[in-house]
Design a protein around this ligand. Structure first.
Ligand code: UDP
Ligand code: MN
Length: 260
């Protein structure tokens, strides 16, 4: 009876959305006892995501939470200006807490369940999920291709995390990318004040949440004492639409009824 992994994924409508979700779902289909919580950044559930999830073959929950306009990155803003996905991850947490309360906190799957925040554009090794599955409080591991470095990682000495290998503000409380940790559901239930701060300063979103849950000494290093990269912070290029736009002007654009 494996502990359930609740994967919370914020996602938003854009040309590459279905491609990202397809890639992600094909990874998750290989992971036993995984429950996917997809949280759309939209005012209501979209047809595209609803149909996609229904056909995915995964166990899932479909939520939505629109990022308030003043917190949303605008076209042309540098991508680091505001945290992305904070409201959606909080909505996933809210759903889990509410479900736990409804189950009297004693739901079977909840006994040793784990929460992981998986952005829709990263690349995840299957091994990663087995590393995080038996998280007691908070597990950590390296993240590849992030922070303008080959990888960032917790530095482990004598089995304990003693500092972090990062190129930028190493003295942040937890200089760890979202992809670099998992938390036990019970720990989250025991700390109802732990949320992501959507107004957090650049690079402090992860800290805003983890700060309320653990200390550095308590972190559980995984992936061979943080020596293996099992997740990559890949980013997908925005597709060019120059030809499409030219064709639209001639009335020859791609059929809008075909879902991409
Ligand atoms: N995201 C979102 N709304 C937005 C922008 C991003 O829900 O307006 C989601 C996105 O789909 C991803 C996560 O938030 O799952 C992180 O966004 P992104 O990958 O763009 O962040 P970065 O890789 O630049 O840190
Ligand atoms: Mn990303």
């Amino acid at each position: 009876n494996l502990p359930t992994i609740y994967v919370i994924t914020p996602t938003y409508a854009r040309l590459v959305q279905k491609a990202e979700l397809t890639r992600l779902s094909h990874t998750f289909l290989h992971v036993p006892q995984l429950h996917w919580i997809v949280v759309e950044d939209s005012p209501s559930p979209t047809q595209l995501v609803s149909n996609f999830l229904a056909d995915s073959g995964l166990t899932y929950t479909h939520l939505h939470m629109l990022t308030p306009k003043d917190r949303k990155l605008q076209e042309g803003d540098p991508h680091w200006l505001k945290p992305r996905g904070a409201e959606q991850r909080n909505e996933g947490l809210r759903w889990l807490r509410q479900k736990a309360a409804a189950d009297g906190g004693k739901g079977l799957a909840f006994d040793s369940a784990v929460i992981y925040f998986a952005d829709d554009d990263n690349t995840y090794s299957l091994q990663l999920f087995e590393e995080m599955r038996y998280t007691k409080k908070v597990s950590v591991w390296p993240v590849g291709l992030v922070g303008a470095m080959k990888f960032e990682r917790p530095v482990v000495e004598n089995g304990k995390v003693v500092r972090f290998h990062t190129g930028w503000r190493p003295n942040r409380p937890f200089p760890i990318d979202m992809a670099g940790f998992a938390v036990s559901l019970n720990l989250v239930l025991a700390n109802p004040e732990a949320w992501f701060d959507g107004n957090a300063e650049m690079g402090f979103l992860e800290s805003s949440f983890l700060q309320n849950l653990v200390t550095m000494e308590e972190l559980e290093p995984k992936a061979d004492m943080c020596t293996k990269v099992l997740v990559w912070h890949t980013r997908t290029e925005k597709p060019k639409m120059k030809r499409e736009e030219a064709l639209i002007k001639q009335g020859l654009g791609s059929d809008p009824n075909v879902e991409v």
